[in-house]
Ligand binder design. Structure first.
Ligand code: GMT
Length: 379
């Protein structure tokens, strides 16, 4: 099949899922065309089945806000028409599903009925989607997509609860490549960070408010009194500076390290003992799955799709959003030497259920169904 993939190309779960999906599809012999405003972060190699089309937005003094949606739709039209695509798969509803609708209408004038699949990733529904300015546009764009998927059952429910949706939504969870995300023996690295045998806690994210990184730092300040430990915070974003201030205020500078953005995240996860994800909202929690694949148990909030990933008392523990004391208690329990190996083994066993080899066929089946549905509409 010839598939066009549209996503946000920078750091962020939806872009990672879209890029890894495209790479996996290309490996299976599909022709994949990425349509994005810059080269996707994990797409830095040559593959005969992968093509990249950059969306260029021309500037003009009138454009206080450059019309990205129009530029994207125009590029979609061009790629679908000249590369003879069978399907467009857009990740994140805003504005990708809207541009896809526009492209679809334009292509109809050229006698092409391109099937459009939209994958909902989370904040497009739970945060941006709840902004009344966007609600009518998102509702319309989801309803006009030929196929819709969401990354968790909870996000599917949230979408139906938030918008007036007439479409079906298939749940296709996030996935992990267990060939890449596995325990790498990097013990020398662990010794540098934890020279006295401390336990290592890790968090990775785009440092937005929704991640509640202040809870991680407050929790760590208490946990450190019980279990000798270090905290690595990987990633960057709007909250980083204030979080650096908070960790200094709490006198944690010796034990908390801000690493910044890091591509080879599996190397850090390999030496971690515990992953922390106390998010306010989290539709799935891809970063936690990547940690679990590296045999790292998870302390998380019980919000959104996290209970579908983190099994309470088995792969880690779930706490109410903001319940820092409960997180401290649970973390201290997991980190006991007699408990840690079981939690690690359970985390890996559960992550295996989300291996890329299990999930990509679900997307392929969805595509086939949607292509067939659109073909039949034509008859
Ligand atoms: O805020 C983020 O975590 C980034 C965001 C994105 O769209 O790039 O992630 C969302 O999509 C990921 C991939 O499907 C999910 O694993 C994350 O849980 C989800 N984030 C939130 O719901 C906050």
């Amino acid at each position: 099949m010839k598939i066009g993939i549209v996503c946000y190309p920078t750091f962020g779960g939806s872009g990672v899922v879209a890029t890894e999906l495209g790479k996996a599809l290309a490996k299976k012999g599909h022709e994949v065309h990425f349509i994005t405003y810059t080269q996707p972060i994990r797409l830095d190699f040559f593959n005969e089945n992968i093509f990249y089309h950059e969306v260029n937005i021309s500037s003009y003094p009138l454009f206080q806000y450059p019309p990205y949606e129009s530029a994207l739709a125009g590029k979609m039209v061009d790629v679908v028409k000249y590369e003879k695509l069978d399907l467009l798969h857009v990740h994140y509803a805003i504005p990708h599903a809207t541009s896809a609708f526009l492209a679809k209408q334009i292509l109809k004038c050229h006698g092409i009925n391109i099937p459009v699949v939209t994958t909902l990733h989370g904040t497009d529904i739970t945060i941006i989607g709840k902004d009344p300015t966007y609600t009518p546009v998102i509702t319309f764009s989801i309803n006009e997509s030929d196929g819709v998927t969401s990354v968790s059952a909870d996000l599917r429910k949230d979408t139906f609860d938030t918008f007036d949706i007439k479409n079906e939504i298939d749940v296709i969870p996030n996935f992990v490549d267990l060939e890449r995300f596995k325990k790498h023996p990097k013990e020398h690295f662990k010794k540098i960070i934890c020279p006295n045998g401390e336990k290592l806690l890790v968090h990775t994210s785009n440092f937005r408010r929704v991640k509640r990184i202040d809870d991680i730092i407050k929790m760590f300040a208490k946990l450190k009194q019980i279990v000798p430990s270090k905290l690595l915070l990987v990633g960057d974003g709007p909250e980083r500076v204030s979080m650096e201030h908070l960790s200094r205020e709490l006198g944690l500078e010796e034990c908390v390290r801000f690493v910044g953005k890091l591509d080879a995240i599996e190397e850090v996860l390999s030496v971690a003992d515990l992953f922390i994800m106390p998010s306010e909202k989290e539709s799935f929690g891809l970063a936690a799955l990547e940690a679990m694949a590296c045999e790292v148990p998870v302390i998380s909030s019980n919000t959104g799709g996290l209970p579908e990933l983190n099994v309470n008392g088995v792969t880690g523990f779930l706490s109410n959003v903001g319940d820092v004391d409960d997180m401290v208690k649970n973390a201290a329990f997991i980190l006991q030497d007699e408990n840690l190996p079981t939690f690690k083994a359970n985390a890996l066993a559960h992550a295996k259920k989300f291996d890329i080899s299990q999930i990509v066929p679900m997307y392929e089946a969805h595509y086939e169904r949607i292509v067939e549905k659109v073909k039949n509409q034509h008859k």
